[in-house]
Ligand binder design. Sequence first.
Ligand SMILES: Cc1cc2nc3c(=O)[nH]c(=O)nc-3n(C[C@H](O)[C@H](O)[C@H](O)COP(=O)(O)OP(=O)(O)OC[C@H]3O[C@@H](n4cnc5c(N)ncnc54)[C@H](O)[C@@H]3O)c2cc1C
Length: 492
Amino acid sequence: MLPSSVMFKASPMLLSHLAPLENFGHSLKTVAYLFRPSTTEQIVELFRLAERENLTIGLRGSGRTYGDGALNAGHIVLDIRRMNRILEWNPHTGVIKAEPGVTLQQLWQYVLEDGWWPPVVSGTQFPTLAGALGMNIHGKNNWRAGTLGEHVLAFTALLPNGQEITCTPNENSELFYAIISSAGLLGVFTSLTLKLKRLYSGNVRVSAWAVPNLREMLTDLDQFKNEHDYIVGWLDGLAGGNGLGRGQIHGADYLHADEDPQAARTLRLDYQNLPDTFFGFVPKASLWFLMQFFTNNFGTALVNTAKYAQSRFLEHQKQYIQSLVAFNFLLDYVPGWEKAYGPGGLIQYQSFVPLETANAAWAEMLRLTQRRGLPTSLGVTKRHRPDKFLFTHAVNGYSLAMDFKVTRSNRAKLQQMANEMNEIVLQAGGRFYFAKDSTLTPEAAARYLGPETLQRFAALKAQCDPQERLQTGLYRRVLKPILVTMKQSVSR
Ligand SMILES: Cc1cc2nc3c(=O)[nH]c(=O)nc-3n(C[C@H](O)[C@H](O)[C@H](O)COP(=O)(O)OP(=O)(O)OC[C@H]3O[C@@H](n4cnc5c(N)ncnc54)[C@H](O)[C@@H]3O)c2cc1C
């Protein structure tokens, strides 16, 4: 929501840029001065404008972040999607240099026919490279491939002080590992160079199996993590008793050279593109409307029961071939699916918990959501490995992402429940992910990030952005209060 303290500037030029902006889940509504620069020089100019007008700047890609990480109510937002050119491409080495607004979709569509694929993708293909690296996304292959940041060879970034720097894992290394993952709060990516993944087919071989409870879900995600390139679980958040945390696991594998006699066809765009209709006649664009009837607890229970029965009796231990796009971007099958959650939208609560403590923590958490009458409408589990980035969300363990419908009457209850879940995660030694967060308190964030990370962030913020020009809702809600408390405790 727009804070009541926000005052809009009277300048007609600025007023002409006022635009409503929301988070992906449509649970937050803001108004900001929206600019869409197409060059680095224009970004430099916008920093000057912000300084003159005493405004802050929030960076935004495709706005696929679930919470307030790409919002900046009452201030300037830079939407970088017009900076979307591929700058260099070497189809022999798989090294690509691109502008920050290139999306994952644009990237795979550009390189697929040469036999390459982004090494890490999120569950949707619409994020930009800058947005994806601002948060340092992971995919269903996090255990095998790490985060997207681990495949970046170099990037250039504009700092709020006007300096443009080049970072690689060896040059300006501290900033390399900090600007990737720091949610657009240290510098603006202006170009990114990545090494892509070699492909011999546009298909993956998928294995599906049902798991009767949470313990077996986690055991299998761990046991089969090295046998599949990708591994992911769907979890039924409404099942209780012995079936608590039951669901289905999908493992998927790239096909090796010579395994796909149709490779020339499966590596083509027309083979990969998702169909416009379901069952050949239901237009996908209208499906979110029908889904509305299944976002309440009763509808979710019906869908989950049917889905689990299907996974247990029809798909158990089945293998099939699926296109890379269909496997990776399942959620893109239904455009605008998030609108099915109604005017209050949805939030996602994702926690990352170590191997040893995940089962007990999430069993407690699932029971809590059921007791509160706020079970998740969609639960997704993955296996993760740690990484070296400043605001890393990963652990040697698992993640559980849970979607919740937000309504006017449950908003406060959801926040209260999130606070209780935070305590469970923190007690279990777990972490959180800014891309998915809308409920973290500064206290909870300070506990999972720890003093060393926070001191490094404070020092880098002072070095790169001493006037705190780069800000977002997330910064003001979570990080700034922590920095203020740290300063106060030093001066005491
Ligand atoms: C359906 C769905 C599925 C998803 N699945 C996954 C998943 O599997 N794994 C995962 O990790 N995430 C997942 N996400 C989250 C999503 O991938 C991230 O939030 C990603 O950051 C979105 O990119 P974006 O381009 O939309 O960026 P935005 O959401 O617009 O911005 C993301 C961050 O990047 C910063 N930023 C933007 N531009 C720049 C720039 N030029 N320089 C520096 N920083 C910048 C912003 O300030 C912001 O903090 C999913 C999201 C959705 C909606």
